[in-house]
Design a binder for this molecule. Structure first.
Ligand code: DX5
Ligand code: ZN
Length: 233
């Protein structure tokens, strides 16, 4: 993974057909996805249950791009090695998941993954400042984590702007996650986000057998975001 701040679209497979992950991943990558976002939920840190390391290992051979694993679990440290061994390229833990996030980030990098730090909508940037040398990505949640298809929380735009200023020239991605559509993506791209996670807005209208809508959805989000950053769509 080389670092760049171009717009990257990361479809969340939380909105895919769970019986057909291999075909769904091929479809979104063929249709222009840059990263594949995998939402891991534990029924404790968030009120929903999804995937564990065996599922991640099973889909890994189907991913040609970047496997971006978002851990919505607490505690997180006991699981880091298993998700790294399952093939995560980026492993993101929540700032709110425990008292020793510095140790968590050390463990993620120590396991050979890029380290991501996710922030719930109610969390400010105070806890990020002392960790900037430890992280490769900050994920700003634009919904409360737990479910796809929720409404974008506009107060996070200002947070992304302040985060972008805090990051400066450091090679740290800003990822946004939740409620991203062609309408909300440009607001966040203009504020400084470069990785746009989208579940329902990518998968709506298509299927692994009829993937063209996935491509149209990805292109619509990308074009709106690139227009807002001044990059030609
Ligand atoms: C929410 C997840 C998101 C979610 C995004 O807890 O982290 O990745 O799947 O879904 P949409 O794009 O439908 O809001
Ligand atoms: Zn996510």
């Amino acid at each position: 993974m080389t670092f760049d701040r171009s717009i990257k679209i990361a479809p969340s497979i939380l909105s895919a057909d769970f019986a057909r992950f291999g075909a769904e991943i091929r479809a979104i990558e063929d249709q222009g996805a840059d990263w594949v976002h995998v939402d891991v939920m534990d029924g404790h840190f968030v009120p929903n249950l999804t995937f564990g390391p065996p599922l991640c290992a099973a889909i890994r051979p189907h991913i040609r791009t970047v496997m971006d694993v978002h851990l919505m679990i607490s505690p997180v440290d006991p699981w880091i090695d298993a998700f790294a061994q399952a093939g995560a390229d980026v492993l993101t833990a929540h700032l709110e998941a425990g008292p020793h996030v510095h140790r968590t980030l050390q463990a993620i990098r120590g396991a050979g993954c890029k380290a991501g730090l996710a922030l719930n909508p109610g969390t400010g940037l105070d806890g990020v400042e002392n960790l900037l040398d430890m992280i490769d990505l900050v994920c700003v949640m634009t919904v409360n984590p737990g479910f796809g298809g929720q409404k974008f929380i506009h107060s996070q735009i200002d947070k992304v702007k302040r985060l972008r200023a805090l990051i400066g020239d450091r090679p740290i991605h800003i990822e946004i996650d939740g409620g991203i559509t062609p309408e909300t993506a440009p607001l966040m791209a203009a504020a400084g986000a470069d990785v746009l996670v989208a579940g329902s807005a990518v998968f709506k209208g298509g299927s692994a057998d009829d993937p063209a809508p996935y491509g149209a959805n990805i292109r619509a989000i990308r074009a709106a975001a690139e227009a807002a950053t001044g990059v030609r769509a």
